[in-house]
Design a binder for this molecule. Structure first.
Ligand code: CTP
Ligand code: MG
Length: 232
């Protein structure tokens, strides 16, 4: 089967500290957003991309990929979840499943996406790519209490995972979940959290750790390495 992918790309990339939003920075000859879109559209199970842009975005229209026949653009919102919801609302209710993938994650592996689709479709409400936590995890006291970061305790990293994208869910369930979270003013940072709030099971599909979200300046070199190695 083929699916629509909602790609939230309406953020301003505050933590990257560059003038233009991070998705428009160049890596290996192309902008990050072009890498992400190209990699998605090359996958045989991706039918089209619903690209969610900031209402003030003037940069996307200047890229050659802007005229791609399988990319449709909608306006995003204040938070990532608002942008994703805008993308979902654009889709027809006839679509059973939907993918969501961050514009800031150009380094995902096509094989990971295939695995996610294959495993999550089997009788569940959906699933996400994730990687097991490798470092020892410390819970700190509120920094305002001690004026420095002090360890409260060590969290067991057993059963702890990093949530990545793509995330893949039944469209109707995901819309309901995100609307419910919005009504309750619960700040969620991925689609799975909204589904979890409904008490539904989210499948974790182990993906490659090279699927980093480009967030801070040091991520750029790493992403360039992964993209030019051509081994995603
Ligand atoms: N995003 C979005 N709409 C928002 C905020 C974020 O579509 N209101 C998108 C970003 O463009 C990015 C993805 O969601 O592709 C993941 O968010 P994040 O990495 O946090 O990007 P930014 O919000 O742009 O970065 P920052 O939090 O550092 O400002
Ligand atoms: Mg953000």
């Amino acid at each position: 089967s083929q699916y629509s992918v909602v790609v939230p790309a309406a953020g301003i990339g505050k933590r990257m500290k560059t003038d233009c939003p991070k998705q428009y920075l160049h890596i290996a000859g192309k902008t990050i957003i072009e890498h992400t879109l190209t990699n998605l559209l090359e996958h045989s199970q991706v039918q089209r991309v619903i690209l969610v842009l900031n209402p003030n975005d003037t940069l996307f229209a200047q890229l050659p990929i802007a005229s791609h026949p399988r990319i449709e653009v909608v306006e995003g919102g204040q938070e990532r979840c608002d942008s994703v919801l805008a993308g979902l609302n654009y889709l027809s209710d006839n679509e059973e499943w939907v993918l969501v993938h961050d514009a800031a994650r150009p380094c995902f592996a096509a094989t990971d996406l295939s695995t996610l689709l294959q495993l999550a479709e089997q009788g569940s409400i959906g699933g996400i790519l994730a990687t097991p936590v490798r470092d020892t995890m410390k819970r700190a006291f509120d920094v305002n209490v001690n004026r420095q970061n002090i360890v409260k305790h060590t969290e067991s990293r057993e059963h702890l995972w990093h949530a990545l994208t793509p995330q893949f869910f039944k469209l109707a369930a995901l819309k309901k979940a995100l609307n419910t979270a919005a009504e309750q003013k619960i700040n969620i940072t991925d689609e799975a959290s909204a589904i979890e709030l409904l008490g539904e099971k989210v499948l974790l599909v182990e993906g490659s750790a090279s699927n980093i979200k480009i967030t801070q300046p040091e991520d750029l070199l790493l992403a360039e390495f992964y993209l030019t190695q051509n081994k995603l």
